[in-house]
Design a protein around this ligand. Structure first.
Ligand code: BGP
Length: 478
């Protein structure tokens, strides 16, 4: 129990993404996405799992939203599948796609749940990939803006909170550097920065359009933020921490908040011959949009340790733990700058993700000092194996402990002056983990399905009741 309280209008929420929950991958005119294609390549996902059925939210959204209402959720963050709105990325709007999201939004509003829409959570129309290489071409910018404007026009009276990009740093890194996400390119650093630049420009143009169409709305991007700690007080490691932050964090957050790239990193990439070209027009656009964003969206899962990495040290590519067998992930780094060993002071999950509740407060304070922006925690949660007992109970006390500790730190962050608007757990129901199949569960609601299939029935976990009490008490039960 804490003395602290979140404000009455605090948005206690939970999040999802279209590809990970909806299924119905060919229904009602939906087009093919880059992910629909990518998962067909053998070996790309855990046990070849796909989102073809996912957890069938497309057909069960009413049941899912009724559960959210029963819990007392204040906001639901979900993403829209571009391929439902424009099956080929642009052209004629697919009205039944719009209608599906209209229904979700209405269902939320009916229950007093504030909808929070992510425009892009990684599922790009495959038609645009085939036509011009998707994010690799600047043509994508106008197609993205056009798609966003259709949604702004359609939902302007109903949706106040909008997120342009989900984890631009992750989908580009895994897409163009490690080949784990579409388009599956490996070590293409030059293109990686080009693609990011296009995504920044698409975000920026969209923000400006948004302010014309929904002047009272709130918009920002969601960034996968991993704050860092130097391994010790040796200045060489402190320097590695700065290099890590500039290259892995501020490269994105500075553009969203200031409209410019961090100078030292830009210089470093220039020397390597991979810095993106920034025209005067680009710079003006990025800056104009940065002045208009309303919040920094943060997906927080873990912190990193920065340690100096000699020129002959570890490289950026290593085994990633997608099996849930502890200790199978490898340490990676950038030779000459930093490496990221595990933190001896902290525990890890079965997927080797560091558990660091205080890191969430650290993240909020860093953003508050550096950007002075309100914060939306758009994701935070624990991926774990869950067991359903014979009488359909799920005793996920480990998830409760994880979330409780994180919410406590968030309440402290607010108490210490951070302006936090929302906290969305990842996720409400169990869902498909992009690379880790169905066994890595995050939800308050257990979905009866595994890699092979299942009844898709929903069951409340113990954490469901825990969060319900937290919301009802404004956090007093933490
Ligand atoms: C974030 C993504 C989510 C979700 C989450 C959990 O990076 O925005 O879509 O997947 O991480 O990650 P994972 O499924 O890899 O455990």
């Amino acid at each position: 129990m804490t003395e602290l309280r979140m404000p009455k209008d605090f948005l206690w929420g939970s999040a999802s993404a279209a590809y990970q929950i909806e299924g119905a991958h060919k229904e009602d005119g939906k087009g093919t996405s880059n992910w629909d294609e990518f998962v067909q390549i053998p070996g790309k996902t855990f046990k070849e799992t796909t989102g073809e059925v996912a957890v069938d939210h497309y057909h069960r959204y009413k049941e899912d939203i009724a559960l959210m209402a029963e819990m007392g959720l204040k906001t639901y963050r979900f993403s829209i599948a571009w391929t439902r709105i424009f099956p080929n990325g642009r052209g004629e709007v697919n009205e039944s796609g719009l209608e599906f999201y209209q229904n979700i939004i209405d269902e939320c509003l009916k229950h007093g749940i504030e909808p929070m829409v992510t425009l892009y959570h990684w599922d790009l129309p495959q038609a645009l990939v085939e036509e011009y290489g998707g994010w690799e071409s600047e043509q994508v910018i106008d197609d993205y803006v056009n798609y966003a404007v259709v949604l702004f026009d359609a939902f302007k009276d109903k949706v106040k909170y909008w997120i342009t990009m989900n984890e631009q740093n992750i989908f580009t890194t895994l897409g163009w550097m490690t080949a784990q996400h579409p388009p599956g390119k490996f070590d293409n650093e030059k293109m990686y920065y080009v693609v990011n630049h296009h995504a920044f420009l698409a975000h920026a143009k969209t923000v400006l359009k948004f302010k014309e169409i929904i002047p009272d709305g709130k918009i920002g991007a969601s960034f996968a933020y991993s704050p860092s700690y130097a391994i010790n007080a040796d200045p060489i490691h402190a320097m590695s921490k700065i290099d890590f932050d500039n290259l892995k964090n501020f490269w994105w957050m500075d553009v969203y908040a200031y409209g410019r790239y961090p100078k030292n990193t830009y210089r470093y990439l220039e020397k390597k011959g991979v810095a993106p070209t920034v025209t005067a027009e680009d710079a003006a656009l990025l800056e104009a949009a940065a002045k208009q964003i309303d919040f920094m969206g943060v997906n927080y899962y873990q912190t990193s340790v920065a340690e100096y990495n000699p020129l002959d040290g570890v490289g950026p590519y290593g085994e990633m733990n997608t099996s849930g067998k502890k200790g199978t992930g490898e340490i990676t780094g950038i030779p000459g700058l930093f490496k990221n060993p595990s933190n001896p002071h902290l525990e890890t999950t079965d997927w080797d993700w560091t558990i660091d509740p205080m890191g969430l407060r650290y993240a909020c304070k860093e953003i508050t000092s550096r950007y002075n922006l309100p914060i939306i925690i758009s994701e935070n949660g624990l991926g774990a194996f869950d067991d359903k007992t014979e009488d359909n109970q799920i005793h996920d006390d480990y998830r409760i402990a994880y979330l409780n500790a994180h919410v406590y730190e968030l309440m402290k962050a607010v108490d210490e002056g951070c302006d936090v608007w929302a906290y969305c757990t990842w996720s409400f129901t169990d869902l498909l983990s992009w690379l880790n199949g169905y066994q890595k569960r995050y939800g308050f609601i257990y979905v009866d399905r595994d890699e092979e299939g299942g009844s898709l029935d929903r069951y409340k976990k113990d954490s469901f009741y825990w969060y319900k009490d937290v919301i009802k008490s404004d956090g007093a039960t933490i």
